[in-house]
Design a protein around this ligand. Structure first.
Ligand SMILES: [Zn+2]
Length: 267
């Protein structure tokens, strides 16, 4: 990210955390001709959930390629490794909304401004309608994506041994390793539960044992309710200009083009 953009975001959103895209970091390593085995170690180090494991993988990198280790550590790991990130749900990969919009508007860019506005309105109206319908149509308490994510884990969860400790906590065994799940705090020793804000396999095992709803243990961002809320507003067609009721104070305004000086070299 450009330094001045980073400053601006930190100023406007003081509580935001500046993370780095590990995909791009990996591209940088490839450009630096880093060996593929070291890149694999980096990929794992960035994605593991436990800090101890992160340290181990980084130690491995330092042993075989000190230069790459130093290069990676130039950026604080809080910015690019899940286990060190002070924020949760670090691995949510979303498409940059501005980029998506730009590519959608490519065909409309050549249109006169009002036609372009029409185009945007129709596009958004369609998107909102489609997504709202999709959200309304789901039978689950959470989004379809979450349903898929939980489904992937459920078979494995049923193979685990669960030993309840008290009304909230359970000891869950996976391949001889014991994980303590606390459903009240929504934590697990594997750290996936608290980092993803979705139940990990151990938490699912503990939840199933108690016969409670899994949706009680997902972040509210994943629930059907939040999904619906995102698309609850309608984008209305603007209708024919003859039918517009324009207030006097708007009518009397004269809109002039902005004062704009083309900077040198930008023509
Ligand atoms: Zn777990």
């Amino acid at each position: 990210m450009h330094q001045s953009i980073a400053y601006a975001i930190a100023k406007v959103y003081p509580e935001s955390h500046h993370g780095i895209c590990i995909y791009h970091l990996e591209q940088n390593l490839k450009r630096r001709k880093v060996k593929s085995e070291v890149i694999k170690l980096f990929q794992t180090a960035a994605r593991v959930y436990r800090r101890k494991k992160f340290d181990l993988y980084m130690l491995d990198i330092a042993k075989v390629d000190k230069k790459t280790y130093d290069y990676l550590m130039e950026e604080p790991p809080e910015r690019w490794s899940r286990s060190c990130s002070p924020r949760r749900r670090y691995d949510m990969l979303t498409t940059n909304i501005v980029k998506s919009m730009n590519s959608v508007l490519l065909e409309a860019r050549e249109l006169p401004i009002l036609r372009m506005m029409d185009f945007i309105q129709v596009k958004l109206q369609r998107w909102f309608y489609k997504r709202r319908n999709e959200a309304e149509g789901t039978f689950y308490d959470f989004s379809c994506w979450v349903e898929e994510e939980l489904k992937k884990k459920i078979d494995l969860a049923f193979t685990l041994n669960v030993f309840p400790v008290d009304s909230w906590r359970s000891r869950v065994e996976e391949e001889g390793i014991t994980f303590l799940v606390d459903l009240n705090k929504r934590t697990c020793d594997c750290f996936q539960f608290q980092f993803d804000e979705l139940p990990c396999i151990h938490a699912i095992a503990a939840i199933e044992k108690r016969n409670i709803k899994k949706s009680n243990f997902c972040s509210h961002w994943y629930l059907k309710e939040s999904w619906l809320k995102t698309y609850e507003r309608q984008i209305h067609p603007i209708g024919h200009t003859d039918s517009w009721i324009v207030p006097e104070d708007v009518k009397s305004q004269i809109v002039k083009p902005p004062h704009f000086k083309v900077p040198p070299g930008r023509r």
